[in-house]
Design a protein around this ligand. Sequence first.
Ligand code: ADP
Length: 197
Amino acid sequence: MKDNIIPHDYQISRQDRRAKNNHNSFLLWFTGLSGSGKSTIANVVEQKLYQQNIKTYTLDGDNIRKGINSDLTFAPEDRTENIRRIAEISNLMVDAGVVTLAAFVSPYKKDRQNIRDIVGNVNFVEIYINTSVEECERRDVKGLYKKARAGEIKNMTGISAPYEAPENPDIEIKTEAVSVEDAANLIIDYILPKLKL
Ligand code: ADP
């Protein structure tokens, strides 16, 4: 089947779309435990980019798990497929010239490597939102830790499922020491040179 898929030679390229936008496009991937602060920080980063006329889009559990990935569970193989599909969607977004933000627990190293392989090393910025499980559990934004402790949720990352921390993230934010605003500014400072064509 794959042999019969011959790509069409479209005249407008990724580079053309980037040039039209006047900025580069790439993927900002936020990884960390549930409640670590991925969406909170991504949201502030996106606002700052938006204010600078950068084209952005944020992918997160709400728009992915409830839509295209609603058929997937939190079992290891489904988590891998979840991330693979998000990486492919991100790749299309980057191709469309959009600075894409993605906030997903993404606990497995091999899955994050797979994202890097799909979108390409230069287009992938790995941001590790490093918050201790104790602090995430104290925050318990969505009440998931309480449910996990009560045995109502299986496969809860940090409690009953592993989180493999990045060894060499492009950016690491320790939210117990850095405010949301400072975290967003750190990320913006890092990506400003990358935005230039
Ligand atoms: P995640 O998207 O990683 O599941 P959320 O962003 O939904 O996490 O929740 C993180 C919670 O932690 C929010 O209620 C946020 O206000 C709070 N928080 C406290 N300090 C910080 C910080 N320095 N950085 C990010 N979030 C923080």
